[in-house]
Design a protein. Structure first.
Lengths: 261, 226, 221
């Protein structure tokens, strides 16, 4: 299996606070990896270092086997142009969608191909319509974000990231800001993407989703990977005490299976 | 009051007053035409330039905003020509002065508008690989400009009032015309009152239009409180 | 640029400039004080909503906000004296124009400030038997003033800038002195540059203060 993403000894500090304390991670092509952890464990920071929305304090990131940044006398130099180019190959979906409010759904999706990839008009439109259709919102092409529900907005945001045809998709708590009844449609979209073979790195609180969709689950605690493995191992038979406490907190009030059919 | 009001003079010379008004509007319009783009350039320089750009630009903006417009006008009309060894006529001096003066205020309006855009918009643009220029051009400025329209229009109205100074360097604006008619005809109250009324009508009309626009924008959730 | 700057002539006339600066500060302070004081009553009149107070106040405010200051000053200097039996010198005319102008703008600041205080505050004062002006003085204004401070300081900077217009009717403030000296000594560059620098030196600290208060207010909310 070819490796899409590799992270070696990644560390990130904000002023005096060290948030990531040496993370090693490899994601293979088509793999779906879920990052779990309590608030402050560093999982969002970890994700944001992958597409360099945050610059790591130390450690290396490799995309497709090629190192990002150049080693210069013990430090890594990152040129903005290289980072900008990298972000065209890594897609990110945000907790708060961040759609462009002055553009329609279709225009939002076409914006990347148009302005960044400089695709011609026909190609932009093809990508726009294809990916909007893929997330099930082709019929809302001319709607503005303000006219869409939260779940619909997030799906447009996913389409916008997909339109760049990235090698890996990053999801930063994509459903945490949604009303509960809208979470399902977004998770469903993410599941379809996984089944089609997209390489995904997902930060989420949705344990059921992780169990059903992930190939591998990582549990982060205080800036390091405490435990990782297949979903059945980490979520059902956790080995570490930290993982157990986390899952215990999550399962305090559990709904028995509702009879919905 | 034993004063005999007589507006006949005013009606006779009304065309002179109108000429003055049109000159006022001409200077204002040109100053806006140059001032707005210049203001944008200054704002971008102050926000995104390296320190060698940011400091001088910041200084220029603050200097233009805290010095009285009449001092600036006199400097550009009397001092600059001596400095450069060229002649400058009142019209050009006026346009130059008020273009620069208004640009400093517009720079602050732009700055406020740009900074008011939610940080998430920068994040999203960055994440699909846009650089700063692309983000500003495609995402930030289009949203910011919509919000800044009321502030712009208020600045434009302020500019209309500020340009009334140009009579002091003998450019024939409305006040200058009013003054010369008044001095020669001795119908001082009538002429000045009519001139004041003309200013009031034009400026008040613009002001009402801006207020209506603000209400409409506020309803659609798009204004920026300044 | 082969012009030879000669600031010696500026220094030689520094007394005149200092007199000008003094007159600027006097005119500015008086007009600011009058404007801030009277503005409260006009602002309260507009805020009250009672028709017999609201309409005259509104007419006053709209007239003085929608005409240029220089027009106001010149009207008071040339036109007004004809209507009244006493003489009006440059200082009085400038004061009338600037003070009334400042009153109009300040009244808007007061009105916005008063409107920003929740109605419950008025009711609380009323309920313990306070009169209108007691509520105003003890409950409302202390809270409102803190919010209005940045706007008032901006207004103050504006007033001092506007005093330079009094030079047009030959009031001996800073701009006027510079004009006089430059016509005699033929040094407009140095004189007007100096005037600009003096205004900047005096007013820039005030704008920094405004910035400081504005951010402080946001943090405190």
């Amino acid at each position: 299996m070819s490796e899409v993403l590799r992270v070696e000894n990644l560390r990130k500090s904000f002023n005096d606070l060290e948030v990531l304390k040496g993370i090693d991670l490899t994601v293979a092509k088509g793999e779906v990896v879920v990052l779990l952890g309590a608030s402050g464990s560093g999982k969002s920071t970890m994700l944001r270092c992958v597409n360099f929305m945050e610059i790591p304090t130390s450690g290396r990131v490799f995309l497709d086997g090629k190192a990002v940044g150049e080693e210069r006398g013990g430090r890594i130099d990152y040129r903005e142009a290289q980072l900008t180019a990298l972000r065209t190959r890594v897609g990110m979906v945000f907790q708060h969608f961040n759609l462009f409010p002055h553009m329609t759904a279709l225009e939002n999706v076409m914006e990347g191909p148009r302005t960044v990839l400089k695709c011609d008009a026909a190609e932009c439109r093809r990508r726009g319509e294809t990916y909007l259709e893929k997330v099930g919102l082709g019929w809302k092409a001319d709607a503005y974000p303000a006219q869409l529900s939260g779940g619909q907005q997030q799906r447009v945001a996913i389409a916008r990231a997909l339109a760049m045809e990235p090698e890996i998709m990053l999801f930063d708590e994509a459903t945490s800001a949604l009303d509960p009844e809208l979470v399902g449609e977004v998770l469903e979209t993410m599941r379809e993407l996984a089944e089609e073979g997209m390489t995904m790195l997902i930060v989420t609180h949705e344990l059921g989703f992780a169990y059903a969709v992930a190939d591998r689950v990582l549990f982060l605690s205080q800036g390091t990977i405490l435990e990782q493995g297949r979903p059945e191992e980490v979520l059902i038979r956790p080995k570490e005490e930290g993982t157990r406490n986390f899952l215990r907190g999550h399962g305090t009030f559990r709904l028995p299976e509702p009879q919905l059919d | 009051m034993s004063y005999a009001w007589d507006f006949a003079i005013v009606f006779r010379d009304f065309d002179l007053l109108l000429l003055g008004l049109s000159n006022t509007l001409k200077v204002t319009a040109l100053a806006l035409l140059f001032g707005v783009p210049l203001g944008l350039a200054l704002a971008l320089g102050r926000l995104y330039g390296n320190w060698m750009v940011r400091l001088p630009v910041g200084f220029v903006i603050e200097f233009l905003r805290t010095t009285p417009p009449i001092a600036q006008l006199f400097w550009f009309f009397f001092a600059l020509p001596m400095l450069l060894g060229v002649e400058i006529d009142p019209f050009r001096a006026s346009v130059l002065t008020f273009s620069l003066q208004s640009s400093a205020f517009f720079a602050e309006v732009f700055r406020g508008g740009i900074q008011s855009i939610d940080a998430g918009q920068w994040e999203a643009s960055k994440a699909i690989g846009m650089d700063r220029r692309q983000t500003l051009r495609r995402i930030i400025l289009p949203q910011a400009v919509k919000r800044m329209i009321p502030a712009f229009m208020e600045r434009a109205i302020e500019l209309m009032k500020t340009t009334t100074l140009v009579g002091t360097i003998s450019y024939a604006d409305l006040l200058y015309q009013a003054n010369s008619i008044a001095q020669s005809s001795y119908r001082i109250i009538e002429v000045f009152t009519v001139a004041a009324a003309m200013y009031f009508v034009v400026i008040f009309a613009c002001s009402l239009a801006v207020r209506r626009l603000e209400k409409r924008l506020a309803r659609s959730g798009e204004t920026l409180m300044h | 640029m082969d012009y030879v700057w000669d600031f010696a002539s500026v220094l030689a006339n520094r007394n005149l400039l200092l007199i000008g600066l003094k007159n600027t500060l006097i005119l500015g302070s008086i007009c600011l004080a009058l404007g801030l004081f009277l503005g409260l009553f006009v602002g309260a009149a507009r805020f009250s909503g009672r028709a017999w107070l609201y309409y005259p106040a509104t007419v006053f405010v709209e007239i003085f906000r929608n005409t240029p200051v220089l027009v106001q000053i010149m009207w008071f200097f040339f036109a007004f004296p004809i209507l009244v039996p006493f003489r009006i010198d440059a200082f009085t005319a400038a004061t009338l124009g600037l003070a009334l102008n400042t009153t109009a703008f300040s009244s808007e600041i007061y009105r916005a400030g008063l409107q920003s205080i929740p109605k419950g505050q008025w009711e609380a004062g009323k309920a313990i038997g306070m009169s209108y002006w007691q509520q105003m003085r003890r409950v409302i204004l202390p809270q409102a003033v803190r919010r209005m401070l940045p706007a008032f300081m901006n207004r103050a900077v504006e007033v001092f800038k506007m005093t330079s217009l009094a030079s047009v009717i030959a009031y001996g403030e800073l701009m006027y002195q510079a004009k006089m000296v430059s016509t005699i000594f033929f040094n407009p560059i140095e004189m007007y540059t100096s005037v600009a620098l003096i205004f900047f030196a005096v007013l820039f600290p005030a704008t920094i203060l405004v910035r400081y208060f504005e951010t402080g207010r946001k943090a405190g909310r």
